[in-house]
Design a protein around this ligand. Structure first.
Ligand code: MRU
Length: 347
């Protein structure tokens, strides 16, 4: 990740503190938030200071390491298990959060003595975060071949480096292609209600120097009809065994439009997003968020009312795109047809 010519990671463990880019302030200000205690780390996931599947996975892992560092010798297991539950309960959809917390919990539980368990927790959390960055870099290398010179690409929400520890999933192939000199153009939709496309992806692409245009969510069908979109690539929050994909609300509509126009539709995600215990997309828990996110838009000075205050709103944060609409899933080990994902996960 490059911001102002400097390399950063979205989230890090520094001593007993978790340090993350404060994503709620972007693109107005580039600031960090530091948490001292796992409960504050859980709050940062819940209030979306940190968001994106991989980033909340790493934050959950660091939060649990933080909890192990702070737990008493006397009630060590009980306190750590309560922290694991507290971190898991912050957001229900992204599989990476559950996988990151489970990975560190297993490392903790493999040690008998709290002092060794604390060390194991910190090492495991760091390993998890480093693996996230490496996997995303590798997704970029595999995925770059899908984007030839001159390609016009549509993406949704933010599945860039802000959504992971580094590199990102859907944007990583675009960064790799851009760095080897291919000229790409990215259509970024705003992604109402929270505006991750407008506020995060457009800003990220700008930092990386990738040519892009921000559009309202309603524009993409018209662009496709005018043959101005060659590929779609999006991220994922959870992938079911049959290749169905939960991703930011609006992804399903994009996939239907891509199918109607014969445009290849790719999903990019590390294997930590794959949930082998979930048979199909209807079983993926979909987070519903506050009605206020629909009524308001977030400006530099806070929320601004942009709707009738008296109307009820419905705000599902994710939708499910069925496997049949997906051309391929780009992972750190290769690109797979959705129907072959389960087989690939076992090899
Ligand atoms: O609600 P968010 O912003 O945490 O949403 C998650 C996402 O960032 C997107 O759904 C993304 O496309 C997949 S996560 C890389």
């Amino acid at each position: 990740m490059i911001v102002g010519n400097k390399h950063y990671r979205t989230v890090e463990l520094r001593g007993h503190r978790v340090r993350m880019i404060e994503q709620r302030r972007l693109p107005y200000a580039f600031e960090f938030r530091e948490t001292e205690h796992w409960t504050q780390t859980a709050a940062a996931i819940r209030d979306m200071s940190v968001r994106g599947a991989g980033a909340i996975g790493a934050t959950g892992a660091f939060g649990l390491a933080q909890a192990a560092l702070q737990a008493s010798d006397e009630h060590f297991s009980k306190e750590v298990e309560a922290a694991a539950e507290g971190l898991r309960s912050t957001r229900p959809t992204a599989q990476n959060l559950f996988a990151g917390v489970a990975f560190v919990l297993e490392a903790i539980q493999s040690e008998e003595r709290p002092s060794l368990a604390r060390q194991a927790a910190v090492e495991a959390a760091q390993l998890w975060a480093d693996a996230d960055a490496r996997s995303c870099e590798s997704i970029g290398k595999f995925g770059a071949e899908l984007f030839p010179d001159g390609c016009q690409v549509s993406t949704h929400c933010n599945a860039g480096w802000l959504a992971f520890v580094d590199w990102g999933s859907a944007l990583s192939p675009l960064y790799v292609a851009h760095r080897i000199g291919r000229k790409l153009h990215v259509w970024v939709d705003e992604t109402r209600p929270r505006g991750q496309g407008a506020r995060l992806t457009a800003w990220e692409l700008g930092q990386e120097g990738v040519s892009h245009t921000l559009i309202a969510d309603t524009v993409i069908g018209s662009l496709m009809a005018q043959h101005r979109v060659d590929r779609v690539i999006v991220g994922a929050d959870r992938i079911a065994q049959n290749g169905d994909v939960a991703n930011k609300i609006g992804t399903y509509s994009l996939a239907v439009l891509a199918k109607a126009h014969g445009i290849p539709f790719y999903v990019a995600a590390p294997w930590t997003t794959y949930d082998p215990g979930c048979a199909h997309g209807d079983l993926i828990p979909i987070e519903e968020r506050s009605e206020n996110e629909v009524r308001h838009a977030e400006g530099p000075d806070g929320p601004v009312l942009v709707a009738s205050a008296a109307s009820r709103c419905w705000n599902p944060a994710f939708d499910v795109t069925p496997a049949r609409l997906i051309t391929g899933i780009v992972t750190e080990t290769g690109i797979f047809e959705p129907s072959r994902l389960h087989e690939a996960s076992e090899s």
